[in-house]
Design a protein around this ligand. Structure first.
Ligand SMILES: NC(=O)c1ccc[n+]([C@@H]2O[C@H](COP(=O)([O-])OP(=O)(O)OC[C@H]3O[C@@H](n4cnc5c(N)ncnc54)[C@H](OP(=O)(O)O)[C@@H]3O)[C@@H](O)[C@H]2O)c1
Length: 261
């Protein structure tokens, strides 16, 4: 599948986000660089990094050294909680490390420890977007009520909320609450929070001649939930991207949803 055919979800501001991305937490140094290069080669067009991961320079180098155009790759980075009040300098450092003049999505990595800080930080993200340093802005690890506070105060909807998500964490009402507000749900740690030997996942994987890990990823995509598996293992990097040759039936989706109850 070419990048143009990869399923995407629309975000505010005429931006499209690939539903499959590549996670890079704990992928640092040479291993991180090699992993991102392998991911771009395997077809991922969306890379998830963060100031906290300490690998933006490796991500940037891999993007530069791939044969791809910057505009064909969706790049997310995140503002750590310890940088409250230093937002502008933090995104400038991210852009320098990534060797790019903008990212596609900038997230507040965690709600600031002092709840009163959330709104000023959000306003700084909006200012960075208005200046073109990032195409869209969103949050991570936010509850629905924390998101509502931002929307009520600024009438600006976070494009994305990146939270822990997997079949075992599935909650229909949480998904619906995001959708109702126009916030795209992005799941992280799809494998760390899954039992890949669960009989339901194994049965469905066998029916499609794929692995349970591929079923978990496809389940996110069929729900239109963004998913960002991480791996530094070339075979897994490739297999985790090879999820567009099958889709799950409505009954299989219901069976997997039921693992969350
Ligand atoms: N916003 C946040 O607060 C937050 C928090 C956590 C994560 N994230 C983001 O989400 C991404 C993904 O989450 P994660 O890294 O926590 O966990 P994950 O993607 O659920 O799991 C990664 C682990 O699964 C292994 N793995 C990869 N593919 C596999 C496969 N096909 N079968 C079996 N095992 C497999 C990896 O091993 P190898 O690498 O050894 O192959 C690694 O140990 C992160 O990298 C990061 O970008 C965000």
């Amino acid at each position: 599948m070419t990048s143009a055919e990869q399923p995407t979800v629309p975000l505010a501001g005429d931006v499209r986000m690939p539903l499959l991305g590549f996670g890079t937490w704990q992928a640092t140094g040479e291993a991180g660089y090699q992993a991102v290069l392998a991911a771009l080669d395997a077809g991922y067009r969306h890379i998830d990094t963060a100031t906290m991961y300490g690998n933006e320079a490796e991500v940037g180098r891999a993007i530069k050294e791939s044969d791809l155009r910057r505009e064909d790759i969706f790049v997310t980075t995140k503002l750590p909680p310890g940088r409250v009040g230093r937002e502008r300098e933090t995104i400038e450092a991210s852009l320098r490390a990534l060797d790019t003049d903008h990212v596609d999505l900038w997230l507040i990595h965690w709600p600031p420890s002092s709840p009163g800080d959330s709104l000023p930080v959000w306003r700084e993200l909006l200012a960075a977007r208005d200046e073109g340093l990032t195409r869209t802005v969103g949050v991570s690890n936010y509850s629905i009520s924390q998101i509502d506070e931002l929307i009520q105060a600024t009438e600006e909807i976070p494009a994305v909320n990146q939270i822990r998500w997997s079949p075992s964490l599935y909650e229909r009402q949480t998904h619906v609450a995001h959708r109702d507000r126009g916030v795209v749900l992005e799941g992280y740690s799809p494998f760390k929070t899954s039992d890949l030997s669960h009989p339901v996942l194994v049965r469905i994987a066998q029916a499609h001649n794929v692995s349970p890990a591929q079923v978990v990823l496809r389940w996110h995509i069929d729900h239109e939930i963004v998913v960002i598996p991480k791996s530094v293992t070339p075979d897994r990097i490739r297999a985790n991207a090879d999820v567009f040759g099958f889709s799950l039936t409505a009954e299989e989706m219901r069976d997997i949803d039921a693992l969350g109850r």
